[in-house]
Write a protein that binds this ligand. Structure first.
Ligand SMILES: [Zn+2]
Length: 120
């Protein structure tokens, strides 16, 4: 991967991580802020559902933040954009759509087929 491309992805990932961190900080503050105090059991149930949903979103964002951090580390040690399975370069267009991807399209398709097989 060219230096210019690495810089492009570095910037992109840094921006994503800043957005996600800000978003999950707000969500977390909202969660800590909202105590359930409705007397109505139906209201309480829906408040609980909202909290569960917010927690799941937070969890998902945290996982993505971890992935982005890993990708940033890879940019530093220049292994970014290399498939973790076959060691080939991952298509740049694929990386632009999903910079945290760790597999080339061939290995990804293969992995998904395997997962499907083990699930069935
Ligand atoms: Zn591969």
């Amino acid at each position: 991967m060219k230096k210019r491309e690495r810089e492009f992805f570095h910037k992109m990932l840094k921006r994503q991580i800043a957005d996600l961190t800000r978003k999950s900080d707000i969500a977390l503050a909202g969660l800590l802020d909202s105590t359930i105090h409705s007397a109505d059991p139906m209201d309480r149930a829906s408040e609980q559902l909202e909290r569960d949903f917010a927690l799941r979103m937070l969890d998902r964002d945290n996982k993505l933040i971890m992935k982005i951090k890993k990708a940033l580390k890879k940019i530093e040690d220049e292994s970014f954009g290399i498939c973790e399975v076959c060691g080939e370069e991952i298509d740049i267009e694929r990386l632009k759509l999903r910079p945290v991807t760790e597999l080339c399209i061939g290995c990804k398709t293969h992995q998904e087929k395997l997962e499907k097989l083990t699930c069935e």
